[in-house]
Design a protein around this ligand. Sequence first.
Ligand SMILES: Cc1ncc(C[n+]2csc(CCOP(=O)(O)OP(=O)(O)O)c2C)c(N)n1
Ligand SMILES: [Mg+2]
Length: 280
Amino acid sequence: MKNINNFAKEIRVKSADMLLNMGYGHLGASFSIIETLAALYSGELMKFDPKNPKMEDRDWFVLSKGHGATSYYATLSLLGYFDDSILYTLNHNGTSLPSHPDRLKVVGVDATTGSLGQGVSQAVGIAKGLKIQNKNNRVFSIIGDGEANEGQVFEAAQFAVSKKLDNFVLYIDDNKKQLDGTTDEISIHYNFKNVFEALGFDAVDVDGADAHAILDATQNLLAKQNGKPKCIVLDTVKGQGIEYFAELKDNHHVRFTDSEKELLAEAIATMKEEVNNGNA
Ligand SMILES: Cc1ncc(C[n+]2csc(CCOP(=O)(O)OP(=O)(O)O)c2C)c(N)n1
Ligand SMILES: [Mg+2]
């Protein structure tokens, strides 16, 4: 079995490297989903094959909060979906790696996202389509806590409950922040577990910085084939994994100062060493 915590660290190293190379990017949103990506793509949860990305019996993943694409791309590349060198063309003119996931451009991406609320609707549609075909594939999707301000999220949730989509797992990256403030300041920060339970989901709270806990919680929920869609509320910190950026107030989209570039480079070097020690 893959060392999932080390895999998460590898994803963070690669993501940080991409952002440093570009000089700016969606650091906060990318970092808070890394442990979830590590669990999903650990080999213990989702069925997938980088050599056969459209494999019939694969599980599907939809990153509804598409602005977190940096760490998603890093994960796909580490798994061998595409060459590492492509990562450093992120967001450049003519790139095959746009800032937000595009299923027609990025190998391994199943749904084009970026307009908040729309990814989760695609995900439940895919889950229903699989049920109609009597297939056992599952669908996993991540939304942000700010994204949950979109009414469309709740239309999708009602659809999932009414169609008994127990092949659908919704992760809420509850980092308590949005683009330019905390979710509390901008709207209401709901107790998502209570809200989604009330809607008809099986819902649990999980430490979103613990890849093993995320994996266990997902497996436990999926074992209940009770006609209820699943919701995992991830207690996360925006920018988690590198202390300076986790504590930085405006960490949604960061354009690095020279000193921040130095700090990021140092953090990458430290994490690389930890990855090597962990793999030893
Ligand atoms: C429909 C729509 N409205 C606005 C935006 C601009 N936007 C991008 S990210 C973001 C904040 C999202 O917050 P959250 O869902 O909490 O994600 P986080 O970055 O915290 O992971 C906004 C408003 C968008 N992408 N789509
Ligand atoms: Mg958020």
